[in-house]
Design a protein around this ligand. Sequence first.
Ligand code: PHE
Length: 517
Amino acid sequence: MERERWASQWGAILAVAGSAVGLGNFLRFPGYAAANGGGAFMIPYLLALLLVGLPLVWMEWTLGRFGGALGHGTGPGILEAVAKRPGARYIGVIGVFGPFAILVYYTVIEAWTLGYTVFSLTGHVTAAGTGTEAAAFLGAFSGEAPRPDLVNPNWVHAFVAATVLLNLLVIYRGIRGGIEKMCKLAMPLLFLLAIGLLVRTATLGHPFSEDRGFLEGLAFLWTPDMAKLTQPVVWLKASGQIFFTLSIGIGVILTYASYLRKKDDIAFSGLAAAGTNEFAEVILAGMTVIPIAFMYYGAEETARIAANVSGGSTLGFGFVSLPIVFHGLPLGSVISAAWFLLLFIAAITSSVSLAQPCVAFLEDEFGLSRRRATLALGGALVALLVPFSLLWAKGWLEEFDLWTGNVMLILFGLVESIFFGWVLGIDRAWAELHEGARMRVPRIFRFVCKWITPAILIAILAAFAATEWKGVIMLEGKSAEELTIRWIARGLLFATFAAFVGLAWFGARRRARQAGE
Ligand code: PHE
């Protein structure tokens, strides 16, 4: 069967940019930056972008196109082809399991953004004028603290179902007819909305207090608190954010790049997609979310909210704090609807990229039709979403995000950098990266890819294990109830991972049998 291809180079770039620009840009980044020293956060952030982010972007595009030419679009097949050893496929399983596991919780939040868009227009979201009321609305919405008088839970289930169906529909339509087409429509709309919100923020004047306007808000965000740089956790957060926001280290770009042609450029495409993401993150999100919160809450309270946000889930800021600000603005419900629609568009172009590796895996390794592969993915997703959406409040989300949205990204990024620089070999890898390229990557990156990137990733993993062992990994100090839920979530993650390993084994047997016939 002929492998699918992107219709155009720009389509591929837009699709990867669509994957990268997501909830991470608009919810996670502003909170992390405000909580971790403002301008000081940008120092580790930019370093991580240069030394880990961009190198991994190029590595993934290269390995993905390389695998695609051999008929492999996901981690297991690609790593096996690079290493020419069957065992390598089992390391590659992270590149299918990881996106799937992120997809599970990403879909839930995506559904909330859809629901909040609708309920903004009806006036429900901005009806709350205080933190307690807005939090009660989120609690009712998420099912954490049901309040049928505020939100009928069936609505929420309906939004989740609609989100799942929409994603499956796009995937079912294929690379060109689904993902690429959607991104060509969605990305311009996303930028329009984001620029509109930025302009509105910048022209608000001083709506709540004489000394708190847009410029003061920017100054608050960008004034570096250098003392923060001595804390290892700030460096961890900055590198974790780079991985998450660029969609690297999890296998998503591997899959997208496998639909390129041999002569398609990857050096420039990778840079263009990453650049688009950074513009959306640092300029559009950074200059909107924090200044608007600052105008209402002031410096101390904003930092406190942000610290809560980045300490636990990343949701409070966007779902609770901002709606309260919108409540106090003229046409607040319209601004609120624009904000949540922006989030939804950003999210759906990311979630389809999380879904595609699974579908590609079933197609490539088992010869399933796209229709069957999409149905299988839908079934697996629903099977996990049901317990997840019933229980998330007590730490599911954090548990999934910790392992898949943080640890696995860095671990798999390390694996990829070793396969690029050492297993494929830096000479071949470098030549492969420049095949069909419109630009040359500065030579210094050869050295960075081979030595610096893997070394930094090893250091980050070691620092994570050393500093977070008790609290984050062993969950010391959590209540008995949360402990139970967290360990159930862990068990489920592990079982899902084992199931994917089993699938990879079956896939290998099937291929071997076919080769023998
Ligand atoms: N980059 C996306 C965001 O910023 C999330 C994502 C992570 C998508 C990993 C794909 C892979 O929200």
